[in-house]
Design a protein around this ligand. Structure first.
Ligand code: PPS
Length: 286
């Protein structure tokens, strides 16, 4: 592990010092994972906050109390962040957590456990766009530079949690069998109700039609954007400045088309195709 300005480097991955420390990674490595634990794992900017809203509602039959009273970072905390040590032990069972960890860096006791994983993937072009705007509003991250400069950093993995392709391959190739459910952000945008049905089956919750409608309605972009427990407005402006770019920014699939030039699109597509070559992993945007 090393220090690099705003970041610490953990197993070659850049992570913000604002929220991560060497101790927090050690804590994550050593936590005792329970069989009932539920991890939502994402590469940054792929739908983490959305799942922090959805999972508690699916688990508790649509009761809005936690999502209206507990900030998302304490409601469904990050496994690897410094707050984990303060809040994980106080979570109700089953514990729901989020993580940006690649598969190999999950807690040691995760592998032999029966804990479940929901892995959310998003079109990497939209991930990059979302991340570019996030770097402009978050004072604890380096300035992203120009869009072209940031694109080069993204492709070379000099961004938070490393290369998108490494992250996705690590989880897509995991041997977790029916312990893992794969979802895409794009499916959530297109058919949140259908995703909720899959999720509730996966988590062993039998939700009524009314409850599914109620959860889908609560978790739409506009409702989450106005929920102070989920929109990061509780974070001081000097740390996250929503006047530069709101955290819940656009919430759509395909915004990359408003940012990429044809040359950038060509370069990005070619680089990813090469890295994903031979994996048989297919996505709705391919
Ligand atoms: S982070 O920093 O890794 O936790 O970010 P993450 O939450 O994974 O990703 C942020 C993007 O998810 C969008 N988002 C949503 N989209 C649609 N509907 C809902 N309800 C929703 N909630 C969060 C958020 O707007 C970010 O995407 P962009 O493209 O920047 O809008």
């Amino acid at each position: 592990m090393a220090n690099d300005g705003n970041y610490i480097v953990y197993h070659g991955l850049l992570c913000p010092k604002e929220t991560h420390s060497f101790e927090s990674f050690k804590y994550a490595e050593e936590i005792k994972v329970e069989d009932e634990d539920i991890f939502t794992v994402t590469y940054p900017k792929s739908g983490t906050t959305w799942m922090q809203e959805i999972i508690p509602l699916v688990l508790n039959g649509g009761d809005l109390t936690p999502v209206q009273t507990i900030p998302n970072w304490d409601r469904v905390p990050w496994l690897e962040e410094t707050r984990a040590a303060l809040v994980l032990d106080r979570l109700p069972s089953p514990r729901a957590m989020v993580s940006h960890m690649p598969y190999r860096l999950m807690p040691r006791s995760f592998f032999p456990s029966k804990a479940k994983v929901i892995y959310v993937t998003r079109n990497p072009k939209d991930v990059m766009v979302s991340s570019f705007h996030f770097h402009k509003m978050a004072s604890f991250l380096d300035d992203p530079g120009t869009f072209d400069e940031f694109l080069n950093k993204f492709l070379s993995g000099q961004v938070l949690f490393g290369k998108w392709t490494d992250h996705v391959k690590s989880w897509r190739n995991s041997d977790l069998g029916d312990r893992i459910l794969y979802i895409t952000y794009e499916e959530m945008v297109k058919d949140l109700r259908g995703v909720l049905e899959r999720l509730s089956r996966f988590l062993g919750r039998d939700l009524s039609e009314e409850t599914l409608d109620h959860v889908a309605n609560h978790c739409c972009f506009s409702n989450m954007k106005s929920n102070a427990m989920s929109n990061y407005s509780l974070v001081p402006q000097e740390i996250m400045d929503s006047s530069k770019s709101p955290f819940l920014r656009k919430g759509v699939a395909g915004d990359w088309k408003n940012h990429f030039s044809p040359e950038q699109d060509f370069k990005f597509t070619a680089a990813l195709k090469e890295e994903m070559n031979g994996t048989n992993i297919k996505f709705p945007w391919d």
